[in-house]
Design a protein around this ligand. Sequence first.
Ligand code: ZN
Length: 134
Amino acid sequence: MKKIPADKSKWPDELKRSYDYYDPRFDFYYDIKIKCKKCSHEFVWSAEGQKYETEVLKKAWNDRSLCSLCFKRYNLLKESLRRYKIMWLEESENSKSQAVYLKNWLECIREYKKYTNKYDSGMESHLTKLVGKT
Ligand SMILES: [Zn+2]
């Protein structure tokens, strides 16, 4: 297992204000073994990766629970959901229930749910009703 020193001066501001900043346990990043929440594949979240995310991307609270494959898939789903939402907002009130992508959108939400519990459950039940009617 690898360990590399942290440069706390490059930490994002939220972290600089946290207790972690003074905790000597966080003077280093260590390779961490994690089991992917989605596919159960074990992977190593590397010390370098953590350093990069914290000190370059300035992400304060990293919670890595997906392997890189699942993480990619998750981000693609998230992007698709964003696009469906935009299309939906551009529909008129009448055309909303007729939109051709409703079924695909619903499937996309259902797939996304397998990765996270932070999803739009209101939209899911709304779409389920709309798709059920057709
Ligand atoms: Zn995975």
